[in-house]
Ligand binder design. Structure first.
Ligand SMILES: [Zn+2]
Length: 160
């Protein structure tokens, strides 16, 4: 009898893998709270069937701070380029969200500064990243979205 701790095949999926093309590369934050909402947005609103994903804390945060985080940027761009070449999606979708813990950690010292708005900072970073992506991949449609929290805990996706 196979127990949970026995080495060997632990589970066989009912799902088969598909060789169908990728509709997009999606770069998004890893926060578990947002995954279901993101998936709904990607399928129901954007109409994506399949996508390659880079899911990291802060999403585009990884690619946004060349001056202070050059190694992170280099690694991130290597991932993006690899996927763009391997899967050749025609769209890049960037998503970040309100209350992002990666951003909160990085900018906690500035949150009380007069005139500083973390949501605005995130929007600006995402917009700048979208511009960089358009330059790097001129034959690709690049879209950036900011997911704001509505009072009932649903997500409002704002196109930037
Ligand atoms: Zn986040």
């Amino acid at each position: 009898m196979v127990t949970e701790s026995s080495p060997g095949v632990a589970y066989r999926s009912q799902t088969t893998i598909t060789e169908e093309p990728s509709d997009a590369l999606v770069l998004m934050c890893s926060d578990r709270r947002f995954q279901d909402g993101y998936r709904e947005f990607l399928t129901e609103h954007l109409g994506l069937k399949r996508w390659d994903a880079i899911i990291v804390p802060g999403g585009g945060y990884m690619l946004s701070f060349a001056e202070v985080l050059p190694k992170q940027l280099k690694l991130g761009m290597r991932m993006v380029k690899f996927i763009m070449q391997a899967s050749q999606p025609t769209r890049i979708v960037l998503i970040n969200h309100e209350g992002c813990k990666r951003y909160l950690e990085a900018f906690q010292g500035q949150l009380r500064k007069l005139g500083f708005s973390l949501p605005d900072k995130q929007r600006r970073d995402l917009t700048a990243l979208a511009r960089d992506m358009r330059d790097a991949f001129p034959h690709t449609t690049v879209e950036a979205y900011y997911a704001a929290l509505a009072p009932d805990n649903t997500l409002e996706f704002e196109r930037l």
